[in-house]
Design a protein around this ligand. Structure first.
Ligand code: SF4
Length: 213
């Protein structure tokens, strides 16, 4: 797969996180209860991407790693944080810095990437190494619609779940799989976030109803 693997889209300061979305608590984005950080921008452009609004390398919300760490560290009862996107490895330095702060607070890190595991784990880029160093569980590989599957936390069967430390317990291979989870969060301002692996037709129908069309 040929991809533009630029590590700096040039639209943000490297020390800042270009934040596309944040959810304080989720049980659909990795094992346990996790805060979720979605970054803006992905060069991979998989057909059928679940988050097409996060693909452009446009400016979203600029936050420093320490500002985001402060918000995450006051969340009660979370097991850790998930980095998703967009493509987290295009903001590897800033996410690595954030992950270092969170790990000091005892939180585990799940990092999603659309790059292949071989490509990411074989990289010698210092920023990528920094992000890998604080990642406990790597979920890697592009989404391929023809390989769509029902395995928890992945969208297609080519994607791989790779523990890089023993900080996160995974369900035993023989235990009943929970399958895909779709989670809805109603925020204080009345907006609704659908996350996990929502069915596209259902989301379209829901959006239609919410607009009263
Ligand atoms: S890697 Fe993820 S965010 Fe990027 S295009 Fe593929 S599914 Fe979408």
């Amino acid at each position: 797969m040929k991809v533009n693997d630029t590590n700096d889209p040039g639209c943000r300061r490297k020390s800042m996180i270009n934040l596309a979305g944040f959810l304080a608590r989720s049980s659909a984005n990795g094992p346990g209860i996790r805060s979720v950080v979605w970054v803006q921008g992905c060069p991979i452009h998989c057909e059928g991407c679940f988050n097409p609004q996060f693909l452009p390398f446009s400016l979203a919300h600029q936050v420093t790693p320490s500002e985001l760490a402060e918000i995450i560290c006051v969340q009660e009862g979370i097991d850790g944080v998930t980095f998703s996107g967009g493509e987290p490895f295009t903001q590897a330095d800033a996410l690595g810095e954030l992950g270092e702060m969170l790990q000091h607070r005892g939180l585990s890190i799940v990092t999603f990437t659309g790059f292949s595991p071989e490509y990411v784990l074989g990289s010698t880029r210092p920023a990528w190494q920094r992000l890998l160093a604080i990642t406990d569980l790597l979920i890697a590989g592009p989404y391929i619609p023809s390989l769509k599957c029902d395995t928890p936390w992945i969208g297609s069967s080519n994607q791989r779940i790779i523990p890089l430390t023993d900080a996160i317990s995974l369900p035993a291979p023989c235990s009943p799989a929970p399958g895909h989870v779709t989670e809805f969060t109603i925020h204080a301002d009345g907006t609704l976030t659908a996350t996990g692996f929502p069915d596209g037709r259902f989301i379209k129908a829901l959006a239609h109803r919410c607009r009263g069309v």
